[in-house]
Unconditional design. Structure first.
Length: 202
């Protein structure tokens, strides 16, 4: 199902349809400030496993959480040091994935063989309002047919995955520009992937 939603002023009643799909354990495709992402309820083990199967990934691979703000993100990390918090606060919402030590509040299915969690607060009204309405983070991974090959047209995504994904939010065609991934779980920050977000602040 393809569901057009205004990318600048998302309609509350349309986002409610996506929320219902997620609450039932479904998986959805939504736009972010970088590329389209497949999302689900991070606490629903069946939905999480569906995403891993869809992407053909090992359950050990780190996926990220889309959060509405740093307050929501903080629950799933072991705390953000003040110096790091100031950096993160300046850059979010924005095209970054920050890898941080995970807290015990991270659902069990996401804590398998890992001690970190990727946090996203995208500068995208649809994604932010959806997470706000849902009330908790959404597990997310990019919609890609191969590494570096993203699907950016929601109509094409719906055609490709109509039997595997429950709903595709149409927020317009995006450009191929993934998030910048920075690992803050160690002593010094490590740039894992340079993407849309500049790293000159490190």
């Amino acid at each position: 199902m393809l569901l057009p939603i205004d990318p600048l002023e998302p309609e509350h009643w349309l986002l409610a349809q996506v929320v219902k799909v997620l609450q039932r354990g479904g998986i959805a495709v939504v736009p972010t400030d970088t590329v389209y992402g497949v999302v689900c309820d991070v606490g629903n083990e069946h939905a999480v496993e569906r995403i891993y199967r869809l992407k053909g990934m090992s359950s050990r691979k780190l996926l990220s959480l889309i959060c509405s703000d740093l307050t929501m993100a903080a629950r799933y990390t072991k705390g953000i040091p003040n110096t790091l918090f100031r950096i993160v606060r300046r850059k979010l919402p924005g095209p970054y994935t920050f890898i941080l030590p995970a807290s015990k509040d991270l659902p069990r299915v996401m804590r398998k063989n890992r001690e970190t969690v990727g946090i996203r607060v995208p500068d995208c009204p649809i994604a932010l309002r959806l997470v706000e309405q849902y009330g908790m983070p959404l597990l997310s991974t990019s919609v890609a047919t191969a590494p570096g090959n993203w699907l950016l047209d929601p109509a094409e995504i719906e055609q490709e995955y109509r039997h595997d994904i429950d709903i595709v939010v149409d927020g317009g065609v995006l450009f191929a520009n993934p998030s910048t991934v920075i690992d803050f779980s160690g002593i010094d920050p490590v740039v894992v992937r340079e993407g849309k977000g500049p790293v000159d602040f490190l």
